[in-house]
Design a protein around this ligand. Structure first.
Ligand code: CTP
Length: 401
């Protein structure tokens, strides 16, 4: 959420201005305080009234008119935001900012502001590839401006190419990323998520109800906080967060291989996946046909990935999860000790708000000294931050100690 974050949205003149309307809605949904500036050309695509209605405030278009408070807009607006977002950003505004030109309200505010600036270019693909535009973007990136590359796909000029304004949701995510504290930028975090599926035959498998939401929330939060993130996931219906290295697996054995392959570079491993403890002893290559009477399935133990990596953890911080339906704390403590990890996050799947598939969780965290901390109902993203705060605290203690 962008609670009370002050965002100055600058729309410049391209067809993608209509998508800036959806971006504004998404930012308001995330509880940001958004003010809007439009260039003269942007106003030709969408009327300022649309942005005024959705932002609940005036839209600024003119360099020389005063604000309602009698202030000069480019000074008042330059001091106001936590972040300036230029979306869509035309080749023209990119060139102006890179060249230090301040000849209209948007370019003047950006020149006068000390806030971080996120630029979201959107234009015809040939324009985007133009060497001068690319050079200008490189200049801006080297000066600390944040650039979000445009997407690839159908463009307004009826051709395909790279030039589409990224989706509003993705821009909002990038804003969250830019604004988040970067306290994990020294960490390389491997996160596992989702269920594993253990196939019986080409049609059937053994699995569980894990949605992957907790692990994906962890990946998103860790990436926002500046960590290099590898997300190793069993089959889920979720899209991996932008900016993470994504490894898709199906079975526990594949998950083990992927974790071990990324273990060497990892500084933290968080095992949020619900790994199937058993797999069918035999995989039958053709569909198993039904017969009279019952059926016995022979199962084989899967390796315990968490225990295996904890045994050779070295300097790494290892975090496990424990999902239970009874004796939640006792079982979690047993796992923490048996697996030899730094701390364990326990939840009770039978509790309302903590079960499979939801967007919330209720967790207890137990550390290796036995200390227990209980948390009330929170969004999975907030739980992720609680877990990452603890990782951060452990790291600081290790550095001090
Ligand atoms: N885990 C793992 N490999 C397995 C089983 C579990 O790495 N084969 C990890 C999970 O990712 C989780 C932790 O171990 O971080 C605990 O998983 P959980 O399923 O709660 O417990 P189990 O150890 O499997 O024990 P049990 O099923 O008996 O409760």
């Amino acid at each position: 959420m962008l609670d009370e974050k002050k965002i100055l949205l600058c729309a410049t003149g391209g067809i993608a201005v209509y998508k800036a309307v959806f971006l504004l809605r998404e930012l308001v949904r995330r509880k940001a305080r958004v003010s809007v500036v439009m260039t003269e050309n942007a106003c030709k695509f969408v009327a300022p009234l649309t942005f005024e209605t959705l932002s609940g405030g005036p839209v600024f278009t003119d360099l020389f008119s005063l604000t309602r408070e009698g202030q000069i807009p480019h000074i008042a607006l330059a001091d106001f935001p936590d972040i300036i977002v230029v979306a869509p950003a035309t080749a023209n505004i990119i060139g102006k900012i890179a060249g230090g030109i301040a000849d209209d309200l948007t370019s003047t505010i950006i020149t006068a502001s000390k806030a971080p600036v996120l630029i979201c270019p959107a234009m015809n693909a040939n324009m985007y590839e133009n060497k001068i535009v690319q050079k200008n973007l490189e200049t801006l990136a080297s000066l600390g401006y944040w650039i979000m590359a445009p997407g690839y796909g159908p463009l307004a000029c009826r051709s395909d190419g790279q030039g589409r304004l990224p989706e509003p949701f993705d821009i909002a995510e990038e804003i969250e990323f830019v604004l988040a504290k970067k306290d994990l930028s020294d960490e390389n975090i491997v996160i596992t998520a989702g269920p594993t599926q253990e196939p019986l035959d080409p049609v059937r498998f053994i699995s569980n109800h894990s949605s992957g939401k907790m692990g994906y929330a962890l990946a998103l939060a860790a990436r926002r906080r500046g960590a290099a993130v590898t997300l190793i996931s069993g089959p889920t219906a979720l899209n991996p967060p932008a900016g993470v290295t994504f490894v898709s697996v199906q079975t526990a054995l594949q998950m083990r291989d992927a974790v071990l392959a990324h273990f060497k570079r990892a500084t933290v491993v968080i095992k949020a996946a619900a790994v199937a403890d058993y797999r069918p002893a035999v995989y039958q290559a053709t569909k198993i046909k039904k017969k009279e009477g019952g059926m016995n399935l022979s199962l084989e133990r899967n390796p315990d990935i968490l225990a295996e990596i904890a045994a050779k953890k070295g300097h790494r911080i290892i975090v496990g999860f424990s999902m239970e339906s009874d004796h939640v704390v006792e079982h979690a403590r047993e796992k923490l000790i048996a697996k030899g990890i730094d701390f364990i996050v326990a939840n009770d799947v039978t509790e309302t708000g903590a079960g499979f598939g939801g967007d919330t969780n209720i967790v207890r965290i137990i550390d290796k000294n036995g200390a227990l901390e209980e948390y009330s109902l929170m969004s999975k993203l907030d739980v992720a931050d609680v877990i990452l705060d603890r990782v951060r605290m452990l790291r600081e203690n290790r550095i001090k100690g």
